[in-house]
Design a binder for this molecule. Sequence first.
Ligand code: SF4
Length: 453
Amino acid sequence: MTDYAPKIGLVSLGCPKATADSEVIITKLRSEGYILSPDYAGADAVIVNTCGFLDSARTESLDAIGEAIAENGQVIVTGCLGVEADVILAAHPKVKAVTGPQQFEQVIAAIHKIVPPKHKPFEDLVPEAGLRLTPRHYAYLKISEGCNNKCSFCIIPSMRGRLVSRPINQVLAEAERLKRSGVKELLVISQDTGAYGVDLKYAPFKWHGKEYPTKFFDLCQALGEMGMWVRLHYVYPYPHIDAILPLMQQGKILPYLDIPFQHFSPTVLKRMKRPGDTEKLLKRVQEWRKIVPNLTIRSTFIVGFPGETEAEFQILLDVMEQAEIDRAGCFKYEAVTGATANELENHVPEDIKQERYDRFMQKQQEISRKRLARFNGQEIEVIIDSSDDDYIYCRSMGDAPEIDGHVYVDTDSMTKNVAIGDIIKVKVSETDEYDLYADMIPEDVTELIAEDA
Ligand code: SF4
């Protein structure tokens, strides 16, 4: 390593869990080009990972913070005692930032504020865009962790905790790195994408000299300026989601919304502890379709939720048809240990769950077939995922990788070389219940980028 790498000191107190948290923090810092300083004097900033379990541990933590301030001055506190920020700040008002246990992103953000990373592509152990499991042309962009909702069938909030959003400057910087590494499509994910920034009270952060609030709309808008396909997943149907439809209309983000509605019967939704005004929701969906006629709505639903009657199930099918839910996954309700829904009465027998599942899938297939038929004869943009002798396997703007359909482009229609990740225009010749079949339009092939370029 060279001398110019920023150096971070670490004081790690407490139990093995705290040690493991420290390891996560230093791994992340290392991947960004920071190195560890063995002493206070050589460090640009110091992290104190505290313990708050016993009184003696609290005293030790507060003493360690005091020592780090005296020796270095640029101190970030994290760990168990971090949940009592008022206690820490009362004892040590010069502390730069206080975060709780496992709030790794906030620790890293606080470090960035004091001493920004200096990435060195030829020296660092991790590529600039990070280590990824997806193909080179698309990438998941995680914007937050945890969830503040209390859906009765779900234990994610108790497992992952409440919502913790990544500061917007970090998310945008990651998106930019991904773009530089060849990514053409970003898949925005979290447990609750629409709630982004609520926990940070929409705090603004600077990125490229401009301030951006850590807010769902502002994130979508900024990502939409980067020249990649931006696809939104796991969007809870909050009213403020409506504000992003114009961004889709302007072509900034993809006309695609993955909203796990879970059910459409108001009484089932009430038992699920989810918003239950289906009539209003349906009107909103119809409004969305007026603004963005080509909007693809993907969703997931649970059939056989405790107490679900035939009439309630029928409402689900009816509204699904009226809302023209383009793509839908269906799960038969399963009791998850720890979920409050388990205590509900009248659990649905397995054979009825199966029968409803089959009817659901049949209805969904009909809707999907009808929706996709509108593409017949249309020219559309697709992104190339792979190819063989017969087809170039592509996806339209309405197809997320892994979960939605394909666009099969006949290789006989190919008059130019194309590569994985290219976005090309094709003419749809046939549609079925999930997929499209198309021919290439040679003159509209975008600039070609070889896969190994
Ligand atoms: S289902 Fe989704 S929104 Fe509901 S509690 Fe679980 S993670 Fe949160």
